[in-house]
Design a protein around this ligand. Structure first.
Ligand code: KIV
Ligand code: ZN
Length: 392
């Protein structure tokens, strides 16, 4: 059987932009949308048009400029929202309306003061409204992660019948464990009679640090779309990180799935998003953090210098990152020290390094990282001592 494509739905410009301090203006959003298209994203969720005139303008501008990717606008299950989303998407070559409603009892009772029957009707109605404007309608069952599976299956079957072509199963609160989220997707596949007429999408939040694992569990159980953001940005603890799911799928070819993302663009777009949104990336972030390809302990450095694959499963060039770094700290070993001296043009033998290593440790214990200037200083001191010793 041939490999199955997983569609990448990027919501950096919508769920990601909801993060306090990450608000973007139209030209910033357009620039990021162009880069997302260049990266190979299949669907760009450009915004929530009814939320503000600025967001309407952004979705409209992105719709005009994007050529290949589908451009998506979010709406609630409200007729006016859907009409405004359709208007903002008017110029899109491939417009998608993303509409939906909360389906968990928390949402039904506390948010809507409603009943399961009433919510089911509203779900069907909003899909029908959206289908008046486009054939590409995605329905989200908000808080699907905490929605009873039997009821969720009923809603999903009804919205597909009403014309939804993608069904989004959000773990809105990041509550599910990977096996539970995977089982939820499997349950829908086995219990929704018309499920073959729609693509199932995973939209996972990271409140327990499981967004990536849950999305992968979803696709392993039959979902074919992952909703994610660059750098994992998003409400609260964030969304599934695009770079993580893409590289998991790429690294594990045996899963029989692939994406169309150009992995070399991952680090450049991560930096662009971080700079534009003024939101730093944590140094230990997988794939795109500044330490993702740094080695600092002696045991790791020695193994890495003998064969990079000993401690690296990804070549940094593959994801557009700078070369791997050997960082010198008080935990570093002699081979790393010799390597860093060599990089600066100092060729030392084993005896030289033994002497230099003791001096290096004194410096390393007094600071967090031994930098290039410290190494030059150590080399200068060592060379003047050896010169003096040879004169005497
Ligand atoms: O997390 C969520 O449920 C959402 C929906 C609006 C798709 O972002
Ligand atoms: Zn979300």
């Amino acid at each position: 059987m041939s490999d199955q494509k997983i569609f990448i739905f990027d919501t950096t410009l919508r769920d990601g932009e909801q993060v306090p301090g990450c608000k973007l203006n139209t030209s910033e959003k357009v620039e990021l949308a162009l880069q997302l298209e260049e990266l190979g994203v299949d669907i760009i969720e450009a915004g929530f048009p009814i939320s503000s005139p600025g967001d309407f303008e952004s979705v409209e501008s992105i719709s005009r400029i994007i050529k290949d990717a589908t451009v998506c606008g979010l709406s609630r299950a409200v007729q006016k929202d859907i009409e405004v989303a359709a208007q903002a998407l008017k110029y899109a070559r491939r417009p998608r309306i993303h509409t939906g409603i909360g389906t968990s009892d928390f949402h039904i009772k506390s948010k809507f003061n409603s009943t399961r029957e009433e919510i089911l009707k509203r779900a069907v109605q909003c899909v029908k409204w959206a289908r008046n404007f486009t054939d590409d309608v995605e329905f989200y069952a908000e808080d699907a992660g905490r929605t009873d599976n039997e009821y969720l299956a009923k809603v999903i079957e009804a919205v597909i019948k009403a014309g939804a072509t993608t069904v989004n199963i959000p773990d809105t609160t990041g509550y599910c464990l990977p096996h539970q989220y995977g089982e939820k997707i499997a349950f829908l596949i086995n219990n929704v009679s018309n499920i073959d007429k729609a693509v199932i999408s995973c939209h996972c939040h990271n409140d327990l640090g499981l967004a990536t694992a849950n999305s992968i569990a979803g696709v392993l159980n039959g979902a074919r779309q992952i909703e994610c953001t660059i750098n994992g940005l998003g409400e609260r603890a964030g969304n599934t990180s695009l770079e993580e799911v893409v590289m998991i799928i790429k690294q594990h070819k045996q899963l029989g799935i692939y994406t169309d993302i150009n992995a070399k663009g991952l680090n450049p777009i991560s930096r662009l998003v971080s700079d534009t949104m003024r939101m730093p990336v944590q140094p230990n972030k997988a794939i795109v953090g500044s330490n993702a390809f740094s080695h600092s302990s002696g045991i790791h450095q020695d193994g890495f210098l003998k064969d990079a694959e000993t401690y690296e499963i990804i070549n940094p060039a593959e994801v557009g990152a700078e070369q791997s770094k050997i960082v010198l700290t008080a935990r570093s070993g002699r081979s790393a020290l010799a390597y860093r001296f060599q990089k600066l043009g100092f060729e030392y033998n084993r005896n030289d390094i033994d002497v230099l290593y003791d001096e290096f440790l004194k410096v390393a214990d007094s600071k967090k990282e031994v930098k290039e200037e410290d190494l030059r200083e150590l080399a200068n001191q060592y060379e003047s001592q050896t010169a003096l010793a040879s004169v005497a």
